[in-house]
Write a protein that binds this ligand. Structure first.
Ligand SMILES: C[S@@+](CC[C@H](N)C(=O)[O-])C[C@H]1O[C@@H](n2cnc3c(N)ncnc32)[C@H](O)[C@@H]1O
Length: 265
């Protein structure tokens, strides 16, 4: 599906037109335009926010942190998380996604795409919208997807609490390690539900509190002040109560978090 059929103006709800020559997205019947910076549509150009600034600052070291690709990151992750990489957890979350797919997938937050590029390589006929609030993270994702030759991914800077996506247009919402970062979880869940097709699925993972004092301490002393983690945090038992409008179809508990597939009620 053409991406312009899926996206809308987050302010007016009007249709959009890509004016690539002028590096803008034009809102039909409105004076509003959104800049396209280096191929990334910025739906919140006015936002200078603590959380996006924090992830902008981490973008260049994010992959090495998530995959423990250096000795210092390995030691850091072992010390605070008790595990040396997020790869296993990511593999488990992604195992909930179909082997082949040609519908509309919204990845929010896409981050740097460190775990998803090989999956998207299997979905050449899908329409993939990759959203994040941090331009720095999106720029890393863009480089990665380009290197892989993936040209069916539309990168957008957007707030999950105000998605520029029309109602019911998305077949799969993927939200890996997002819910513990989103500040307004209620709005995020409502928006992910709004854009999801009635038969669609939300596949998500997030950190859960109460599993390890070391992790909870790290999150409280470092993650929250830096803006990478934003309370309230779920426990494994109460995650469902935060997912208003959804039923959890399957849930698997990791050592330090949870991953689940949920469908609309
Ligand atoms: C821990 S990273 C996860 C990225 C990726 N899904 C992964 O698994 O590597 C959390 C991401 O959430 C993004 N984020 C935080 N608040 C957001 C919001 N309100 N809307 C969209 N993205 C947001 C951050 O910019 C960051 O890239």
């Amino acid at each position: 599906m053409e991406v312009t059929k899926v996206l809308k103006c987050p302010k007016t709800g009007n249709k959009l037109r890509f004016d690539v020559a002028n590096s803008v997205v034009v809102v039909e019947d409105s004076p509003i335009t959104y800049p396209i910076n280096d191929g990334i549509v910025d739906f919140c150009p006015e936002a200078e926010d603590r959380i996006s600034a924090s992830y902008d600052g981490f973008a260049s070291i994010y992959d090495s942190y998530m995959t423990s690709s250096s000795l210092s990151m390995k030691l850091f992750n072992m010390l605070f998380w008790g595990t040396d990489s997020d790869f296993e957890a990511a593999k488990q979350v992604l195992s909930y996604l179909p082997a082949e797919f040609d519908g509309v997938l919204l990845d929010v937050p896409v981050g740097t795409g460190v775990f998803t590029d090989s999956l998207y390589a299997r979905y050449p006929n899908a329409t993939i919208i990759a959203a994040d609030y941090s331009m720095g993270m999106l720029q890393q994702a863009k480089k990665r997807f380009e290197k892989q030759g993936l040209n069916n991914i539309c990168l957008i800077r957007a707030d999950v609490a105000k998605l520029p996506v029309i109602d019911g247009a998305v077949n799969i919402v993927l939200s890996m390690a997002g819910l513990h970062a989103f500040p307004d979880k209620q709005a995020a869940v409502a928006e992910m539900g709004r854009v999801l097709h009635p038969d669609g699925s939300l596949v998500a993972s997030c950190y859960t509190k109460g599993d390890s004092w070391r992790c909870d301490w790290f999150v409280k002393l470092f993650g929250v002040p830096k803006g990478c983690f934003n309370p309230p945090f779920f426990t494994k038992d109460d995650v469902g109560s935060y997912l208003e409008g959804f039923n959890i179809k399957r849930q698997l508990n990791m050592k330090l978090g949870v991953y689940f597939e949920a469908v609309r009620k």
